[in-house]
Ligand binder design. Structure first.
Ligand code: DSN
Length: 411
């Protein structure tokens, strides 16, 4: 229906969206940061709310005519606070990176020290990478992971005492273990630092009760809404009440302009969905599927960093096969599996090549995949790694992927 409307105006865009729909339907999506929203979430993104300017916050806007917008944004804020147990929520960040930027602007002065996870060890660009504003304007001290893929909390404590950061940041883009927020908070307290947690990857797992919550400990919690939380693309900042006004100002006018109220409506819907008992089952199944995938891969002689996963994500370590993440991610695409190349700890390859592939189970779990399907996915991945030069073999594997996709229709 919507596509027909688009087609009348812009056939190329309509046709390309249709192709993308088919790609998503006929691909096993293992990118750990992607998911498939509900139709209700998606519908909200295409509404008249996109027409409205609403700079400011509910009931304190710079434009008139915001009565309906206020109701929607307030409800989204309330649902975020209730779901994650935080005092205050700002639902306007356009993305996780914008959410993080606003916290940095509020909590730090240029040159202040931040202790955060190194990007190549599983951190995030906006946590202090030299190519991001966070690494350009602040003094970043990084912690990493050991060969088991685990944060060494004693090392984090040591770095904190040595460098006296003003902000300690927990949270990652590629970390497969449960994060000990209590321990991080003790470290932050030991040097009088703020404690910030970026839960972008694990927000849905926290909402579903399968990962501990940082709420009792954190000054600031940032997240994206489109990963395990299964909402529209966007971000949220939550914080303790004492920081609420400063955080709001740091986002607008500090770093953003007009909020995307159509996306905020979609966030409200996703937050409602994430509060339902079905979502708890979904979150549990994400973790079961991740464990089944990791075990399946190891049964096929593949290496997983840390030897297991405790959440939705894992890194396939290709070093012993002398293959690169870049090549294998491309081979996987040929067999109908989408994933992304990713560094392994102490990777000998550059970040553009890498020795690993990151795999996550949030999206396939939304489709309905269960453990036995993940075992088949593991077999397809392993066969693709072993027969990466055999075009006929790859074509057969593509068939097996298509069969799995057909078992769980999407949209
Ligand atoms: N793109 C996100 C991810 O893949 O984890 C990070 O920004």
């Amino acid at each position: 229906m919507e596509l027909d409307i688009i087609r009348e105006v812009d056939p190329f865009i309509a046709e390309t969206i249709e192709k993308e729909l088919k790609r998503q339907q006929n691909t096993i999506e293992l990118i750990a940061s992607e998911n498939f929203t509900s139709k209700a979430v998606m519908a909200a993104c295409g509404t008249v709310l996109t027409n409205k300017y609403a700079e400011g916050k509910p009931h304190k806007r710079f434009y008139n005519g915001c009565g309906n917008i206020d109701l929607i944004e307030e409800l989204a804020q309330k649902r975020a606070c209730e779901l994650f147990g935080m005092d205050h929520a700002n639902v306007q960040p356009h993305s996780g990176a914008q959410a993080n930027m606003a916290v940095f602007l509020y909590a730090l002065k240029p040159g202040d020290t931040v202790l955060s996870m190194d990007l190549s060890n599983g951190g995030h660009l906006s946590h202090g990478s030299p190519v991001n504003f966070s690494g350009m304007y602040f003094n970043i001290i990084s912690y990493g992971v050991n060969e088991q893929g685990e944060i060494d909390y004693d090392e984090v404590q040591k770095l904190a005492l040595e460098h006296k950061p003003k902000l300690v940041l927990a949270g990652a883009s590629n970390y497969s273990k449960i994060i000990d927020f209590k321990r991080f908070k003790e470290i932050a307290d030991s040097v009088g630092a703020y404690f910030m947690v970026d839960i972008a990857h694990i927000a849905g797992l926290i909402a579903g009760g399968v990962h501990p919550s940082p709420a009792p400990y954190a000054d600031f919690v940032t997240t994206t809404t489109h990963k395990t939380l299964r909402g529209p693309r966007g971000g949220i900042i939550m914080c303790k009440e004492e920081h609420a006004m400063g955080i709001d100002k740091a986002l607008f006018p500090g770093t953003q302009g007009g909020p995307l109220e159509h996306i905020i409506a979609a966030k409200a819907i996703a937050l409602l969905e994430a509060s339902k008992p079905e979502f708890k089952k979904y979150a549990e199944q994400i973790v079961k599927n991740a464990k089944a995938l990791a075990n399946g891969l190891m049964d096929e002689t593949m290496d997983i960093i840390g030897g297991c996963t405790e959440n939705h994500v894992m890194t396939l370590d290709l070093r012993k096969f002398n293959k690169t993440g870049k090549d294998i991610a491309n081979v996987l695409e040929k067999v109908g599996i989408t994933a992304n190349k990713n560094t392994v700890p102490n990777d000998p390859q550059s970040p553009f090549v890498t020795s690993g592939v990151r795999l996550g189970t949030a999206a396939v779990t939304t489709r309905g995949f269960v453990e036995e399907d993940m075992t088949e996915v593991a077999k397809i991945i392993a066969s693709a790694v072993f027969s990466s030069d055999n075009e006929l073999g790859l074509a057969n594997l593509r068939e097996r992927s298509s069969k799995l996709c057909a078992k769980y229709p999407l949209y």
